[in-house]
Every structure is written in C-alpha cells, then in structure tokens.
Design a protein around this ligand. Structure first.
Ligand code: CU
Length: 496
C-alpha cells in the first residue's frame, strides 16, 4: 500500500467512525443522519483522490500534554496532499463540526468558487455537511491548505485550531538533487490572550520611515491613554504536532543531502530556525524557486510563509533544529536531527548573528518594468479599538466582514504594483490569494525575481510587489495574522 492509498483508507475509516458516532464527539443525531446521507451520495459519485474530515480531536504533543482542537483527519498536521501540476484532483471534505468551514488552498491559482474564503463567495463546507472539490492544482511547489474562517475572540476557530496541512505539487520536471525529503509544519497550540508586547528582538526592523511614524501617531491619538490591545500567546509549541524531544527524530546519514519543506502554519507568530553546525541552502520561498539560491545559517518564516531548503549533512551528532527564541524552543518549537551511529542528548548552539533579507535570494540583474498601475495600501491601527483587540485599517477603512464589499476593481491582464505602507508598529505577513507576486522594492531598495504569496512588511516600512491580474473574479488580500485579518486588515479585489 503506498502513502496515497494509506491516506485514502485512513480518511475512509475516519468517515466511518464519524457516521457511526464513534469519534467520541457528542454529535447531534440530525448531524449523523446528514453525514450518513453525504456518505451515500459520495459513494454514488465515485472515490475521491483525497478526503479531509474536519472534527475536534486530540493531538498528543507529549505524553503529558494532549490538546483538544479541531483537526483534519484527526491529526496534526493534516495529511500531506501530493498533487501533480496540471492533473485534475478530487477532494472530499467532510465537516463534522457545528460551524461552517472554509478550506483555503493557499498559494494555488484556483477559481474563486474553489479557493476557500467567504469573502470570495466560495460556498462553505456546511456544518455537519460535505463538499466535493475538483480542481487543477498549480503552480508546482510547496503550498498548503488551512481553515479560512473568522475567529474573532473565539480561540477555538480559524488558525488557532489545528486545521492546516502541507500540499506538495510535483513539478512536471523533477529536480531531485537530494537524498531525502522531510516536511516540517510549525505550529503553536493552546492559545490565550495577553496585553504584553511580544515583539521578538531578532525581527527588529532595520530602519523606520518617519512619515509613516507620523501617520501612525496622528491616526491613533489616544494610543497612550488606553491599554495595549490583546496579543496572542501560546502554552505549547510543536513541529509536526510533537513538542521538541517527543516525536521521532529525523534520522540522517553522514554525507546525505536532505531537502526540508518547511511551513509556518502559525495563526500569528513569525519563526526562526537554525541547526547547529549546518547551513540551509534556500531553493524556494513560498514554493517558488528563487533566482539565486544561497546558504544561510538561519531561516525566518512569517506566518504562512514556506521555505524549501537543502541541508548537507556533514556534521555528525545529535542536534536540535529549533527556533532561536529560547523560550519557544525549549517550550517545544524544535525537532531532533540524529545522525546514524551517534547518540546522546540533542545539542543546541545559538547560530552566528545573521540578518534575514529576501534580497539575498533575488536576481541582481533583474529590473522589473513599471506596472500599468500602482495601488497604494496604507496600513494603520487603533489600539484596543475593537472590544479590546487592535483594529486595523487599509486606507482608513477597516474591512467589513459582515457585508464583504469589493474594495477595488482590477482589469484582467493588467500589471499592478501593490505599495504597502505600514504605519503600524507590528510586522505583518501580507498575503494575496490566487496569485504569485514579485518583490520589487523593500524599504527603498529595488529588487527583482523573488516570487511569493506572503511578504513580511516590517513596522514603519514600505514594501512593493508586482502581480498580473490574470485570475478573473474575487481575490482576497489580507494580513495572515488571524488577530489582524479578523479585525479589519483585509481588502477584496475583483478582476474582470
Ligand atoms: Cu498583521
């Protein structure tokens, strides 16, 4: 039985368990009947390539910490979905919860009816219901799927849950210059709120644009007089659903080249990773090959960012591949790398000082052409303005998630430049659905050739990205931090 068959069987068993009410959840009778009806309808329509079953389950982060949360197929991460670029795929999604769900296919070029967002008018996966999706996966590379529902103050919903999993879309031409492929999904569990400023020091910006500082101060004159807005904090940290030291180590051999496909599936946190005595050769960002692969001692990943990097295993020992933040790493954000024939306690050493910069991976020759149009997006916040949460504004408007209006119309085939001007004191991972964009200017420095779908925009800095509006219909743009997108940090484009 190959991995694919195994996953299918596993999801069918999960389905059977749900229909019989044997999943431990106190499912309502009507819900069970609907599940049974859905199951027979699907049987009639033929077998899907993959099934995703959304239900509350338990993740065993360690023997003494088992966390109850919403999961795909009862596990974290959700199953690795391997697609082939351009080859149609069928996915059945079963929702065994009392809340309508959206499964977003992050980083793919799909129709708005499939992409997975209420704002794009994708039909939801109804509570206690089912939905079959058929689509053509593209582009090749590391993508992912995750819930796209609004959580607001409900920390059981959205990305605060365990609803995320990797997608790998096989390219038509396989590069294959490595011995082993490892998928790592980074995620915190047990979220709670506090009012502390949790800025991580290694993410300090390298400079501030004074006009943006001025705008921030003017647009929130009462900031000094109110308490700070709620921030997310977490009790538990894990890679692939296991806290550091509790999962199986990654077993390697001296001389091997290991390809790491890393996904930061956090609701809110930016992450760093290092492996003592080793460097990472960054080959792709957000699944897209970079023009200039280079070796770096540290990886940084904003929420929803992905890095594909190869590591030459030439430093035998038992090592911690972990977050630079000591509290988060010792709290579980790490995984053990164990060379064959070595033993002992996993070792950690802080890496040399290093500054992550997307321009390291850019094409120095490339000078992106002027776009057809520039769209200015000025970002600011008002502290504690949304029932204790900070409220976010784009060009002075917090997105209205109740009416979900179109923010701006785009012309099909035109090239647009998004100019993000961050007049807030947070670093934001900004995501555009259904498109890949090119980084063209970072804090006044022109660049070219790095293609992404999420970009980290530091506080009080300007970032510019170019994209072609080649996907008809609705396209959502938002900060990928759940606590920001839920409180205004969103815009909706319509291309025709
Ligand atoms: Cu944000």
């Amino acid at each position: 039985m190959d991995r694919r068959d195994f996953l299918k069987t596993a999801s069918l068993s999960a389905l059977a368990a749900g229909v019989l009410g044997g999943n431990g959840a106190p499912a309502a009778t009507s819900g069970r009947q609907q599940s049974a009806a859905a199951a027979s309808a699907i049987k009639a329509a033929g077998k899907a390539d993959y099934s995703l079953h959304i239900a509350t389950g338990v993740v065993e982060l360690s023997p003494t910490r088992l966390v109850s949360t919403r999961l795909y197929n009862g596990d974290f991460p959700g199953p690795l979905l391997r697609f082939h670029e351009g080859k149609p795929v069928t996915v059945d999604i079963f929702n065994d919860t009392a809340h309508d769900e959206q499964v977003h296919w992050h980083g793919q070029f799909l129709p708005d009816r499939v992409d997975g967002a209420d704002e794009e008018r994708t039909p939801p996966v109804p509570a206690h219901g089912h939905k079959r999706e058929i689509f053509v996966p593209r582009p090749a590379g590391l993508r992912f799927y995750h819930t796209h529902v609004r959580a607001g103050a409900d920390l059981a919903l959205g990305l605060y849950s365990g609803q995320a999993g990797p997608v790998y879309i096989e390219p038509k031409h396989f590069p294959g210059a490595y011995d082993r492929e490892v998928f790592l999904t980074l995620k915190e569990f047990q979220p709670y709120l506090n009012r502390l400023d949790d800025d991580t020091p290694f993410m300090e910006p390298s400079g501030m644009e004074i006009p943006l500082v001025t705008i921030a101060a003017r647009s929130d004159p009462h900031a000094g007089a109110v308490p700070p807005g709620y921030e997310l904090a977490y009790e538990s940290f894990a890679i692939n659903g296991k806290s550091l030291g509790f999962g199986e180590p990654i077993r390697v051999k001296h001389g091997e080249r290991v390809m790491l496909h890393i996904l930061n599936a956090s609701a809110t946190e930016n992450r760093s990773l290092a492996l003592p005595g080793h460097t990472f050769r960054v080959l792709a960002l957000d699944g897209n090959p970079v023009p200039h692969p280079v070796e770096v001692p540290v990886l940084w990943l904003g929420a929803a960012e992905r890095v594909s990097a190869s590591v030459q295993m030439d430093h035998p020992g038992v090592w911690v591949l972990g977050d630079l933040n000591d509290g988060d790493r010792t709290g579980g954000m790490g995984i053990v790398i164990e060379y064959a024939g070595t033993s002992g306690k996993p070792q950690w050493q802080a890496p040399p000082a290093f500054k992550w910069d997307y321009r390291l991976f850019a094409d120095p020759q490339r000078k992106p052409q002027a776009p057809d149009e520039v769209i200015d997006l000025l970002i600011n916040a008002r502290q504690s303005a949304a029932h204790g949460f900070d409220r976010y504004y784009i060009n002075g408007v917090p997105y209205d998630w109740k009416t979900m209006p179109v923010t701006r119309k785009l012309k099909l085939g035109k090239r647009y430049r998004l100019r993000f001007r961050n007049a807030s004191d947070d670093i934001h991972p900004l995501h555009l659905h259904r498109h890949t964009f090119e980084l063209v200017n970072l804090h006044g420095h022109p660049t070219g050739g790095v293609m992404k779908d999420v970009v980290l925009v530091p506080p009080f800095q300007t970032t510019e990205v170019d994209f072609t509006a080649d996907m008809p219909g609705l396209t959502l743009f938002h900060c990928h931090m759940q606590v920001h997108m839920d409180f205004g940090f969103m815009a909706l484009f319509e291309t025709a």
